[in-house]
Design a protein around this ligand. Structure first.
Ligand code: AMP
Ligand code: TRP
Length: 339
């Protein structure tokens, strides 16, 4: 997509900018799809959409440098296959645009430490990676704010876990605008009504690339069923004859993303009245998931067979987005008294 692309020939593109990111820290999973990517695809028409594979963010947790590039490539494949159409958005790799870290530094200087210490994700990750509580992990939300503000994006579609970081970004935008000549809009988080927080297969922790509790978006039908079959449901429902509660069942939450409303209704009622067992409910879910995931998996196969096209899209996007980033940095430098 060109920065100057117009919705109708001759008219300037007045749509607001949207930004979101995904870490190349492992397989893209159905939590990412339900909480974020599905929404990204829906929003392509309404916004000038910029998507980013955030490799700098991924470096704040343990990772293997030897497979970083492969993970970036696979993340690009999964996202394009899921619907990030190269004709309608940009998708680039964060470290290709150095202005992200440049703006992050400047934002660091107006960020109170106390605000960062309150971030839930920092606290959780610090618990999980006790041996590696690095400064990058602490200032992670500042880099995230820089990602968004660099493009003066107004909308940020994310899952529930990121809402606090978007609130933080709004705070920083406000602080910058007060301290210097105003520049940044305060971006809004867009969170889906259902699927904003998918749990892992253990039904406890959030589904996550690094916890090994996920269902990969591109896994084979056999692999997916193997994972779905034993997945935790409403734990109070011990026997087939016990009534269950769909509202505390992760499988039902996933139904809400993949199944049509009539089927959601049918399994919810069936569950409450013990009319349907968990395995049958999972079989129905599996069928619905395959309707969405089969074509995504097939597209991913063709994209893997054309790596130059995938890389070409990433590079072209970086080139075009960098122009916008440079323009914003010019404004930032002028306002902050730098040359
Ligand atoms: P990440 O994999 O942490 O880079 O997340 C990429 C996007 O997926 C973000 O918008 C997250 O909020 C969203 N996301 C990640 N995990 C989940 C989950 N378990 N449920 C819903 N959304 C999620
Ligand atoms: N922190 C986000 C996550 O873990 C990824 C991310 C980085 C992001 N920069 C962003 C999301 C900017 C939205 C906007 O999911």
């Amino acid at each position: 997509m060109q920065a100057s692309d117009t919705p109708a020939a001759g008219a300037p593109d007045a749509r607001p900018f949207l930004f979101s990111g995904i870490q190349p820290s492992g397989d893209v999973h159905i939590g990412n799809y339900c909480g974020a990517i599905r929404n990204w695809v829906h929003l392509l028409d309404r916004y000038r959409s910029i998507y980013c594979i955030v490799d700098y963010h991924a470096m704040t947790s343990e990772y293997d440098p030897a497979i970083m590039q492969e993970r970036i490539f696979q993340a690009a494949v999964a996202n394009i296959a899921a619907g990030l159409d190269p004709e309608r958005c940009w998708l680039f790799v964060q470290s290709q645009i150095p202005e992200h870290t440049e703006l992050a530094w400047i934002l660091n200087t107006i960020t109170p430490m106390g605000l960062l210490g309150r971030m839930t994700q920092f606290k959780e990750k610090s618990r999980r990676q006790e041996e590696n509580i690095n400064v990058g992990l602490f200032s992670y939300p500042v880099l995230q704010a820089a990602d968004i503000l660099l493009y003066r994006a107004e909308a940020v579609p994310v899952g529930e876990d990121q809402v606090q970081h978007i609130e933080f970004t709004r705070d920083l935008a406000r602080k910058f605008n007060l301290r210097f000549e105003p520049l940044f809009p305060e971006p809004e988080a867009i969170v889906p009504k259902s699927g904003a927080r998918i749990l892992g297969l253990d039904g406890k922790a959030k589904m996550s690339k690094s916890l090994g509790n996920h269902v990969g978006l591109l896994e084979s039908p056999e692999q997916i069923w193997e994972k779905l079959r034993p997945a935790v449901t409403d734990e109070n429902r011990k026997r087939r004859s016990d009534p269950g509660n769909p509202l505390i069942c992760n499988i039902y939450t996933i139904h809400e993303c993949f199944s049509p409303p009539e089927l959601q209704e049918e399994v919810a009622t069936g569950c409450r009245e013990a009319g349907i067992g968990c395995i049958d409910c999972k079989k129905k879910l599996f069928e619905q998931m395959m309707r969405t995931l089969d074509p995504i998996r097939e597209r991913a196969e063709s994209l893997r067979a054309a790596p130059d096209e995938v890389r070409g899209f990433l590079e072209q996007s970086a080139l075009e987005c960098r122009r916008m980033a440079t323009a914003t940095m010019g404004e930032v430098r002028r306002r902050t008294g730098l040359r």
